[in-house]
Ligand binder design. Structure first.
Ligand SMILES: [Zn+2]
Length: 225
């Protein structure tokens, strides 16, 4: 059974030298973490400079990313060194897409949108804010995912992406007219059958679904009222 994940955490491999960031592989990080005595790589995925996603620890297992909150977190590590160079555009795009997929997989999308300050998507360093709020036990001295990674900007981009998704229907004029006619007919029949108020309320709730409402509004506008 899938774990209950509450936060998606961004990390940097912190891998670079003399001002040059390296395109770290998941295999390298796996080796480092085994050298520490861990069973395997602690992160769930690693995102390379070209945006490719390499698998790390099975997300159904408890990862090793942030001390004290591993049981309820999912960990994305970016190749390179976030104190030396920002994420590549491909890493940013791939990271945002993967984060959105995980928000959906773990049922976190609504909370992410409703509570902008809840750190549902966070950088490793922001665990210090969770500690301040009493939501995590162990602070960190790390800058992870790096001084050059602005987590507020990351969250803003994810929010815009989620809010700008195209509607989950194709507008087709004849079909929209049939939908409106069909709904009218259902209301007429509902009255004849003297359906209960509860059933009528459910019918109204369907009629007021944002997608259905948008289709009907558009049809009425284009038909001149
Ligand atoms: Zn980290």
């Amino acid at each position: 059974m899938a774990r209950k994940v509450e936060r998606i955490v961004w990390h940097t491999a912190a891998h670079g030298r003399n001002g040059v960031a390296f395109d770290t592989t998941a295999a390298q990080i796996d080796q480092w973490h085994r050298e520490r005595g861990w069973s395997e790589i602690g992160y769930n995925v690693v995102i390379r400079f070209n945006g490719a996603i390499e698998k790390g620890r099975d997300p159904d297992k408890i990862p090793a990313g942030v001390a004290g909150i591993n049981e309820t977190t999912y960990h994305i590590c970016f190749s390179g060194h976030g104190d030396i160079a920002p994420l590549t555009p491909q890493q940013m795009e791939s990271g945002i897409q993967h984060t959105i997929e995980m928000l959906e997989r773990y049922g976190l999308k609504e909370r992410f949108l409703a509570e902008p300050d809840a750190l549902i998507v966070m950088g490793h360093r922001e665990v210090n804010e969770l500690v301040r709020r009493g939501l995590a036990p162990t602070p960190t001295s790390k800058t992870c995912p790096g001084r050059l990674v602005d987590m507020d900007l990351v969250r803003q981009q994810i929010r815009e992406r989620l809010q700008n998704t195209s509607p989950p229907y194709v507008y087709e004029r004849v079909a929209a007219g049939q939908l409106l006619a069909g709904l009218r007919q259902v209301y007429t029949v509902a009255q004849q059958l003297q359906l209960s108020d509860d059933l009528l309320a459910e019918l109204n709730a369907f009629r007021k679904q944002p997608e259905i409402d948008a289709i009907i509004q558009r049809y009425r506008q284009e038909s001149g009222g």
